[in-house]
Structure formats: structure tokens, C-alpha cells
Design a protein around this ligand. Structure first.
Ligand SMILES: C[S@@+](CC[C@H](N)C(=O)[O-])C[C@H]1O[C@@H](n2cnc3c(N)ncnc32)[C@H](O)[C@@H]1O
Length: 273
């Protein structure tokens, strides 16, 4: 396993985390995603429902959600399928929030959250999980072969891995696009085809590769617009510089996705032996 990322990976997420649980930010998520499931990604609830059909989760099975943030998407999976979930994220405050949300939803017995740097070796035994998910976060780990090999180690035989890669290169990008789209911490841009190769190298069988860029383009634009309509209050909370930076990030994310230059794919694979 390669060394964990050397740059602090979660600074970008720390910057706006303090407000994540407030009613204002929940309203913005509601407008951007349709349903607020506590996500901080491009994941919508209908998309998660489609993903779940590929994971074959049910009571008695255990899911590991890598880079779970404040746990909302993982808790929704636990509630929907009856499975147990373990969520890990490097952001300690988010993990603390996830644990209290689990207790509030009455899911504490089936949902555990831990603060872990997921770019390095993970503190679980071989074959611990029936499924692993990582939504819009694999791009923060610099050594992809090592990370997917580690996930393969943790899966039971027949277990499923599902991850989305939201910054797959599918067209030309300027240095300005790249700079805005990777504004803090580690971002690994890979060409389309690379993820499939690594999945195969790690002994996993690819079951699904689907282009889910349209969701990212739609959510990025809806999130930008929802924030723009509350710009005065957001500028007060976040500062002009942070607000403008976030709006530029969302505008560029929407544009390069719409134009098919930076794409988001979902990959589902299965551990064969
Ligand atoms: C785009 S958010 C996605 C969060 C969540 N999967 C969701 O769908 O809402 C990326 C997450 O990756 C986490 N992250 C970044 N680098 C990490 C690392 N090295 N180890 C664990 N988590 C990391 C961040 O703290 C953040 O919560």
C-alpha cells in the first residue's frame, strides 16, 4: 500500500463544514438535490436508489462507506436496506456528527463512524465487508491502484465495490479549469479507461460502468443557483472570497461536465475469489 496523501486532504471540506448542519444549508441542498440526504457530493437520492440495486444489501450484511462525510448517505442505506454500515472519513468533526445522527435516527446499533485517512491502509481485517461504496471521493486519493487493492482485500468473495469517479478526463481542459476544479488538497485526474484497468488489475470483475455526468452537471448548476439566490447571507457567513470561490467552482464543474470534458462515471465490480 502506498503512503497516505502528503497534502492535508480535507481542508476544502473543513472550510465550509461549520455550516453544513444549519437550516440554510439544508435548504440549499434541498433545492440542489431534490432531496436532502446530507450529501456533499453530486449524489441524488434517486441515483442512490439505482446504485443500491447493484449492491445486493440486506439485513445481516455490512457496508463500508469510504469518505462518508457526515454520514447522511450511509445512514439512508442502512435505513433502506436494513444492512449495517461502517463509515470512515478523515474529517473528524464530520465523523462526530455522523455518530450523533446515527443515534438520532435510532440506527446506532447498525451504524458506526470512524475517523480514518482512507488514502492509506485501512484498519479492518480481510474479507470484512459485503459491499464498499465511495461516492465522489476516490479522486482525493493519489495512489489509485493501492486504494482499490485495499478495498478488494476488505471485500468478501462475491462482495460488491461501487465508486464514482467525478473527474474523469474525457476532453480538453485549460490550466484554469484544472486549477478551479482542484482548488484544495489532493485531486487525481485520470483518463477514461484507467479505472477499468485498475479494477481488473486488482482481481475484481467489472459489472457496470455508466456515465453519470448529467447528474453532476445538473446538481452543480442547481447548487450554484440555489446559493446565488441567497448570496447576501452566504457572503456574510462565508466571506466574499470563500463565497466567490465556491460559486466559481460550481460554475466550472457544471460547464466542463455539460460540455463532456470532465465526466463522472460509476463503476460496480465484484470480488471473484
Ligand atoms: C465530495 S465529499 C463526498 C462525501 C460523501 N461521500 C457524500 O457523498 O456526501 C469528499 C469527502 O472525502 C473526504 N476525504 C478527503 N480525503 C480523504 C482521505 N484521505 N481519507 C478519508 N476521507 C477523505 C472529505 O473529508 C469529504 O468528506
Amino acid at each position: 500500500m502506498g503512503k497516505p496523501n502528503s497534502l492535508p486532504p480535507a481542508d476544502h471540506y473543513s472550510a465550509n463544514y461549520a455550516n453544513f448542519q444549519t437550516e440554510l444549508y439544508a435548504q440549499i441542498r434541498h433545492e440542489a438535490f431534490g432531496e436532502d440526504i446530507g450529501q456533499n457530493s453530486w449524489l441524488t437520492s434517486d441515483e442512490q436508489d439505482r446504485f443500491l440495486a447493484w449492491l445486493e444489501l440486506s439485513p445481516g450484511k455490512t457496508l463500508l462507506d469510504v469518505a462518508c462525510r457526515a454520514g447522511g448517505p450511509a445512514l439512508r442505506i442502512a435505513a433502506t436496506t436494513g444492512c449495517s454500515v461502517v463509515g470512515i472519513d478523515v474529517h473528524e468533526q464530520a465523523v462526530t456528527t455522523a455518530s450523533s445522527l446515527a443515534a438520532q435516527c435510532g440506527l446506532a446499533e447498525r451504524a458506526e463512524f470512524r475517523s480514518v485517512d482512507a488514502a492509506g491502509p485501512l484498519p479492518f481485517s480481510d474479507a470484512s465487508f459485503d459491499a464498499i461504496t465511495c461516492i465522489d471521493a476516490i479522486n482525493h486519493f493519489s495512489d489509485r491502484p493501492a486504494v482499490i487493492a485495499e478495498w478488494a482485500r476488505l471485500l468478501k468473495v462475491g462482495g460488491r465495490l461501487l465508486f464514482t469517479d467525478p473527474i474523469t478526463l474525457t476532453g480538453p481542459l485549460t490550466n484554469a479549469d484544472v486549477a478551479v476544479r482542484s482548488s484544495a488538497g489532493v485531486y487525481l485526474f485520470v483518463p477514461h479507461g484507467y479505472d477499468e484497468c485498475v479494477i481488473a488489475q486488482c482481481g475484481l470483475q467489472l459489472l457496470v460502468c455508466e456515465d453519470v455526468t448529467a447528474n453532476m452537471a445538473k446538481v452543480a448548476e442547481a447548487r450554484r443557483a440555489a446559493r446565488a439566490s441567497r448570496s447576501a447571507v452566504l457572503r456574510e457567513i462565508e466571506s466574499d472570497q470563500a463565497y466567490d470561490g465556491q460559486q466559481e467552482f460550481l460554475a466550472v464543474a457544471a460547464r466542463v461536465a455539460r460540455e463532456g470534458r470532465l465526466s463522472r462515471f460509476v463503476y460496480v465490480s465484484k470480488k471473484l475469489s
